[in-house]
Write a protein that binds this ligand. Structure first.
Ligand SMILES: [Fe+2]
Ligand SMILES: [Fe+2]
Length: 474
């Protein structure tokens, strides 16, 4: 068995902090564009206000901007406790109801456990509470909330009242909620409507982008933030998130066996890790469909390669972008989206295709259970015989399958993010309200799970070993 830990030492990370932030925003925009636009306006205003009136010395500008950009992250996730599905319009970020409050509680835990800002995210939990001068005396993080809340309110007001100016007295928007010094700073900056005009004309985006391009978290924090990109897929489909990690593992195992140098391993690994992030734009009903997709839905599913390319474009090296875009191409030209043939597919592209298919076969998905070793190997062999996959690569899957699986466990433990703390804390918050718990239990008591198992059984019975009909992914 190869040492994947050693293999990982030869892999370099190609994404800088600002690349990761930008990719994450593009991914989230695929779920709810309006919420991302609101967060970008809020981050811009927060950046301007904190530049005019400096924060306490414990506060960092990069953390303020990051928190402002992702303070709405709870709004992008489906929530079975409330039957909440992220939607495109008419979102009220300031409603004082349980559903909206829960979004900020989720954001607090998510940002605390999953991102470099850590405990600076704590006040987001009480995002909808008024400015509290006394609290700020011993909790410096409150300052982030004071700035972000006021700027979010202004962002919201400007978008909802496009033809009128902001009220002379800003406090009438939300009495008691704004910190006086930041109201003053905002007023000073907004003379002649400079700031509100900037967000109306969208000129704020380039100014904020310039600042974001200077943000640099340390190397460890950067790595954890990178993992967040794949973790975001979990908002749509847990199996797709796991598949991204498993594909990275197979790609690395195969790349090491093929003696790739550090540069090529780096391109291969990063391409594998990011290859399916475009699936965040694929409707959940298609990603999680428990059966064979219709031709129309298959077309939508296949479009994910274009989404991956669009999301990554400009933020990853060209070679990574092209390898990602071609991960469903096959040697004999029967792949998609461009039916490219073998001679035009690079070794790295061919490896990623094999890694992707091996993971698709060996993982459990919504439409199938995990295939046995025998069935996986027989399908890979069949695809190789048909000229779809490169035999110099698949030979390692066929010969070293058990080792590849063991290596996968190693990489899974290195790359998996412990999301359980976020969920545990969030569920504790939700279930602390007994009424809410009763509602949740009642709403979730249906027979969907049982039906799904039966449909998978039917699929298994219908399919001959090696029959590819039920694998929409490949
Ligand atoms: Fe894919
Ligand atoms: Fe994939």
């Amino acid at each position: 068995m190869l040492s994947l830990e050693k293999g990982m030492d030869n892999v370099h990370h190609v994404l800088e902090t600002d690349d990761i932030i930008n990719i994450a925003l593009r991914m989230l925009a695929c779920i709810n564009r309006e919420a991302v636009q609101h967060s970008i306006r809020t981050a811009y205003l927060s950046y301007k206000v904190a530049s005019e009136h400096p924060m306490a010395k414990e506060c960092k500008m990069e953390n303020l901007v990051f928190l402002a950009l992702f303070h709405t992250i709870g709004f992008f996730r489906e929530d079975i406790h409330f039957d909440y599905i992220p939607h495109q319009s008419n979102m009220n970020f300031f409603a004082h109801d349980k559903v909206i409050k829960s979004k900020y509680v989720f954001a607090c835990y998510y940002l605390d456990y999953m991102t470099p800002v850590k405990a600076d995210a704590l006040p987001i939990q009480n995002f909808l509470q008024p400015h509290n001068k006394d609290l700020r005396e011993f909790l410096y993080q409150e300052e982030y909330k004071d700035i972000i809340y006021m700027c979010a309110r202004i962002s919201d007001y400007v978008m909802k009242n496009p033809d009128s100016a902001l009220p002379e007295n800003l406090n009438v928007i939300d009495p008691g909620y704004f910190a006086p010094e930041y109201v003053e700073a905002f007023k000073k900056l907004n003379k002649g409507n400079a700031l509100t005009d900037a967000i109306k004309s969208e000129s704020h985006i380039s100014e904020l982008s310039k600042y974001i391009s200077t943000i640099r978290f340390n190397q460890e924090d950067n790595k954890s933030l990178e993992r967040m990109l794949v973790q975001l897929l979990d908002f749509k489909s847990t199996s797709t998130m796991k598949h991204s990690i498993n594909t990275s593992s197979y790609a690395l195992s195969l790349g090491l066996r093929l003696n790739l140098d550090s540069k090529n391993l780096t391109t291969l690994y990063n391409s594998a890790f990011l290859h399916d992030i475009g699936k965040i734009a694929t409707p959940q009903r298609i990603l999680e469909f428990p059966g064979k997709l219709s031709p129309e839905d298959m077309g939508i599913m296949r479009h994910h390669v274009n989404h991956s390319k669009r999301i990554l474009n400009g933020f990853v090296p060209e070679e990574v972008l092209e390898t990602v875009y071609r991960h469903h191409e096959k040697l004999n030209g029967t792949g998609y989206p461009r039916h490219i043939k073998g001679k035009d597919l690079t070794l790295l592209q061919r490896i990623l295709t094999v890694a992707d298919i091996t993971s698709a076969l060996n993982d459990s998905r919504s439409y199938k259970c995990e295939f046995s070793k025998e069935k996986t190997i027989s399908i890979i062999q069949k695809m190789t015989d048909k000229g779809e996959l490169d035999p110099t690569i698949t030979k390692y899957v066929l010969e070293d399958f058990d080792e590849l699986l063991q290596e996968q466990n190693v990489l899974q433990s290195m790359l998996s993010v412990d999301f359980s703390k976020v969920i545990t804390n969030y569920n504790d918050y939700i279930l602390s309200d007994m009424g809410m718990m009763a509602d949740s239990l009642l709403n979730n008591a249906d027979a969907d799970d049982i039906e799904e198992v039966e449909e998978i059984d039917e699929l298994e019975e219908d399919g001959e070993p090696g029959d590819l009909g039920d694998l929409e992914e490949i």
